[in-house]
Write a protein that binds this ligand. Structure first.
Ligand code: CMP
Length: 139
């Protein structure tokens, strides 16, 4: 089966709480290859642009504020069925509903500060990967 990619962000609160290492360990243990990675601090405008598909949702402004409140880690992960496999590994959007052992259950705090983002489709994974990384930064 061919490999494809997903885009993840370790969100500001999880970074502040010291969870970069444990989350990357989970990613590694579960067979994902890191194809690109960086630590960066999104501006409000960049967070708005990243989440533009949610711009009509009631949580949009709070999400943008939270995602631009501190540094994040963005990474492109490669695996077979990367989008679906990563969504299984991170668990439900709301950490309260996520299965035991998933990244959001272990490291998430709230619906907004749910530890990590994961792409929801192959198409969006490619768009999101290009948002953060040039060809020169992806391997
Ligand atoms: P993420 O995977 O980053 O994609 C969109 C984010 O919006 C989601 O994780 C949550 O952190 C946040 N969010 C806040 N409220 C909601 C909601 N009611 N439904 C879905 N996502 C929400």
């Amino acid at each position: 089966m061919s490999k494809n990619i997903t885009l993840t962000m370790i969100k500001p609160l999880a970074v502040q709480q010291g969870f970069i290492g444990p989350i990357l360990a989970k990613i590694n243990e579960n067979g994902f290859r890191i194809a690109a990675m960086k630590l960066l601090w999104l501006t409000e405008n960049q967070a708005k642009q990243f989440y533009v598909v949610h711009k009509e949702r009631p949580f949009y402004n709070d999400l943008v504020k939270s995602m631009s409140s501190g540094p994040i880690v963005a990474a492109v992960l490669e695996n077979e069925n990367a989008v679906d496999e990563y969504r299984k590994l991170i668990g439900a959007t709301n950490p309260a509903n996520a299965d035991a052992g998933t990244i959001r259950k272990l490291y998430g705090t709230s619906l907004e500060a749910n530890a990590v983002h994961g792409s929801d489709s192959d198409e969006n994974a490619n768009i999101e990967a290009e948002f953060f990384f040039s060809k020169l930064e992806s391997f």
